[in-house]
Write a protein that binds this ligand. Structure first.
Ligand SMILES: Cc1ncc(COP(=O)(O)O)c(C=O)c1O
Length: 393
């Protein structure tokens, strides 16, 4: 058989596929797995959204036909209204908003729409994997922007060589950040990004998947709130975390119409978009004035406090995050030498606890592991007991 493409060969093994193999192995050994690896919300989608979906599928057979690839006007209007209400950002639903089969799809396809072989994308590292892999799949070249604890997990734009900046086409950013859980306090970093992007004619892609998963009175801004943001960029927004709708696959690309148009064109050749009944249910979610997240956030906060305190007592170093449903834990000194992948492999084999090694998010994630707070509160006590035993061993 002929080999698959060189582009695909350049991709590292997908970290969650490795973890899944280890999880399978653990299940087959009858281990009681505590799965804190993938950022896959465990709480259910709110009832009123589910009810709308059932009613639509059952009573409106027109919704069983091919959908409108760029998204129905009703859903594009709903997300624009939501952005106005939540962030005071004005968006034109006709050309400044398209619907995606989840942000992940849109990010990968935006890379395909923009990058030719050898084109440079500036990508924060560590990052949600598609920010890096989308560039590779498109044949582009990644220039890493390292995120470090010393710089509050923000990239230092002054470290990007002038020659690289001039050639770069795209820049990927994400705050609240996965995996580091970092947040921006105000718009000053985004202002700096916009100045940089204007100087070098770079398209900024801000991934805003976690703006609603926040705690302790922290309110996350949208990149698009920053003056001039729409001149240089777009924002990816997702219903996956906000409404516990990860499996429904609904996301958006919002902002500069000239940047969105090629993505829309690319998508029109490769997909038909989100099924209409899901789009209508998604519009219902966005149009609702119910505080649907209250219970979910209370639950995440309880889990965060319990597990974060426990990990720190076990000599991990973990800052209590103001946002996201992750903990980004620096490995204790004695595990640093072997690295995060070895730690994660040993941990699941010996304890049944699945976590994500920092290197799965890029080389600058080494030395850390990410725990996703996506299992029942009571399980965290058990997880800490098992970890305690593991650390002694
Ligand atoms: C930063 C970030 N962006 C996007 C996504 C995926 O969003 P979606 O489910 O809309 O594809 C995730 C999922 O974990 C994420 O962490």
């Amino acid at each position: 058989m002929k080999p698959y493409s060189k582009k695909l060969g350049k991709l590292p093994p997908y970290i969650f596929s490795i973890i899944n193999i280890l999880k399978k192995e653990a299940y087959s050994k009858k281990l009681d797995v505590i799965d804190l690896a993938m950022g896959n919300p465990d709480m259910p989608t709110p009832d009123f959204i589910i009810e709308r979906l059932i009613d639509t599928v059952k009573n409106h057979p027109g919704t069983h036909r091919y959908p409108q690839a760029k998204g129905m006007p009703k859903l594009r209007q709903a997300v624009c209204n939501w952005y106005k209400k939540r962030f005071d950002v004005e968006l034109n639903p006709d050309n400044e908003a398209i619907v995606l089969i989840g942000s992940k799809e849109g990010i990968a396809h935006l890379c395909m729409a923009y990058l030719d072989p050898g084109d440079i994308a500036l990508v924060a590292n560590p990052a949600y994997p598609v920010h890096l892999n989308g560039v590779i799949l498109a044949g582009g070249k990644i220039h890493d922007m390292p995120l470090t604890a010393e710089n509050r997990w923000l990239p230092d734009l002054t470290k990007i060589p002038e020659k690289v900046a001039r050639r770069a086409k795209l820049m990927f950013l994400n705050y609240p950040n996965n995996p580091t859980t970092a947040t921006v306090d105000d718009l000053s970093f985004f202002k700096e990004v916009i100045r940089f992007a204007k100087k070098y004619d770079i398209i900024v892609c801000h991934d805003n998947a976690y703006s609603e998963i926040t705690f302790d009175d922290y309110i996350a801004p949208s990149f698009l709130q920053t003056t001039g943001a729409k001149d240089v960029g777009v924002e990816f927004y997702s219903l996956s975390k906000t409404y516990n709708m990860a499996g429904w696959r609904v996301g958006f690309c919002l902002g500069n119409s000239k940047i969105i148009a090629p993505l829309e064109k690319f998508k029109s050749f490769v997909d038909y978009g989100v099924p209409t009944f899901l789009q209508l249910a998604a519009a219902t979610a966005l149009n609702s004035s119910e505080n649907v997240m209250k219970k979910t956030l209370e639950e995440y906060k309880k889990r965060r406090d319990k597990f974060c305190d426990g990990l720190n007592k076990l000599s991990f170093t973990v800052e209590k995050p103001k946002a996201t449903m992750y903990l980004w834990a620096k490995l204790p000194e004695k595990f640093q030498k072997d690295g995060s992948l070895k730690f994660s492999e040993e941990l699941i084999r010996k304890t049944g606890i699945a976590c994500s090694p920092g290197t799965g998010f890029g080389k600058y994630g080494e030395g850390y592991v990410r725990f996703a707070l996506v299992t029942h509160f009571n399980r965290f006590h058990d997880a800490l007991m098992r970890l305690k035993k593991f650390m002694r061993g």
